[in-house]
Structure formats: C-alpha cells, structure tokens
Design a protein around this ligand. Structure first.
Ligand code: AMP
Length: 212
C-alpha cells in the first residue's frame, strides 16, 4: 500500500507516519530526513540543500524527486510505503505519476496556522534517529532523551519563529494545491490534528478504513 501524508509543517505528519508504519509494517519515508541526512554529510550538495532548509524554502523539485526515487527503489519499499513531506508541489506529484507509481490513499492532516505556530515552537527532535516529540503533547519518557535510542533531543534550526512563518507561506502557496489535485483523483481523506496524538491515531485508522 502506498500512502501520502499531506499537511502543513507541524501538523504531526512524522508522528503519524511512524504510527501507520508500525501498524502496516511498511517504511515511513520523510524527504525532510533524507535531505537532513545529505546535509549532515557536509558535501557541497549538502551545503546547498542546507541553505534552502534554513530559509524555510523548498529544495528544487528535480533534486528531491531524485532522492525520493532512489529511496523507494530499495528492497524494503516493495510492499509499499508512507510518504511524509513528498510531494510538496504539483510538479512533484506529477513526477510520481510519471514514474508509474500508483498511490492508494492520500490523507491531509489539518490544523490552523495559529496552532501550528504554537506546536512547532514546542517540537523536539532526536539528534540521532529523527524521532519527534513535543514538550506538551508528546513528551519523551526521560527529559530531553529519545525513547527509541536515548540520544539527546534538540530544536530544529528551521523551527525558529521567522522560518516557521516562511515555511507556512510556502506551504499555502506551493503545497496546498495538492489537496484539490488528489481530491479530484478521489483518493483524499481529511483528518484533524488533535491535541492528543492518540486521538489523531484513531482518526487516521478510520481514514484508512478496512485496509488496516
Ligand atoms: P520537513 O522535515 O518535511 O519539514 O522538511 C524540512 C525541509 O526540507 C523543508 O522546509 C524543505 O526545505 C525541505 N524539503 C522536505 N521535503 C521536500 C520536498 N518534497 N520538496 C522540497 N523541499 C523539501
């Protein structure tokens, strides 16, 4: 099964992608994580990619599409996957379809901009495995340590208030049109992002219906 999670930054796509990944036994693929991995290698390409992330702008379609294509060609993707953060433009969605990839379900996770700003400022990310937490809604068991790998939790550089605003603008201008794109294909479901992660989990399972 191939699933796309849509939604603005901070609605909880990563958390839900992990949840569905465990339920369905298929990998969750975050293009944000793929790009951050490339950045951490410190190559010339990595440095260029970092400049987009730091400004809250999108990495060029061709670059991120190639990274995604390579990732989904790996063996663990043969029974499907969950895409978190891809596609982010209509051009990327068209690239997926040109690759002959059929998407079974698209879930748009919805939240107001005010709430997104509040949530992103409390987000914490594992410096090692990338797992996400929130200081109010999704705390790790040990303060500032990851539940999965016990590494330190950090604040992402692009979760600074001015970058968050730019990321929201970019979302509304370039990614939101994908809601109608997939609605027209008849595979879109809408899910509200709740205060409690477990409530959103329930709504996600409902949206996936008989397939889970
Ligand atoms: P995320 O972790 O999904 O919030 O992504 C962090 C940053 O990575 C974004 O603000 C973009 O700069 C970049 N990025 C992630 N996915 C994409 C994509 N599909 N297209 C372009 N840029 C992306």
């Amino acid at each position: 099964m191939r699933i796309i999670l849509l939604g603005a930054p901070g609605v909880g796509k990563g958390t839900q992608a992990d949840f569905i990944s465990q339920r369905l036994g298929i990998p969750a693929i975050s293009t944000g994580n793929l790009i951050r991995d490339a950045v951490s290698k410190g190559s010339e390409t990595g440095r260029k990619l970092k400049s987009y992330i730091d400004k809250g702008q999108l990495v060029p379609d061709e670059v991120v599409t190639l990274m995604l294509k390579e990732r989904i060609s790996l063996e663990d993707c043969k029974n499907g996957y969950i895409l978190d953060g891809f596609p982010r433009t209509v051009k990327q969605a068209e690239a997926l379809s040109e690759m002959g990839i059929e998407i079974d379900k698209v879930i748009d996770i919805e939240l107001s901009d005010d709430e997104i700003l509040r949530r992103l400022s409390g987000r914490r990310v594992c410096s090692s495995c990338g797992a996400t937490y929130h200081i109010l809604h999704n705390r790790s068991k040990k303060d500032n340590r990851c539940d999965k790998c016990d590494s330190a939790l950090t604040v992402r550089d692009d979760d600074k208030p001015e970058t968050i605003l730019e990321r929201l603008n970019v979302y509304h201008a370039q990614t939101e049109p994908l809601i109608n794109y997939y609605k027209d294909k008849g595979i879109l479901s809408l899910v509200s992002s709740c205060e409690k992660v477990s409530d959103t989990n329930e709504l996600m399972l409902e949206a996936l219906g008989a397939t889970v």
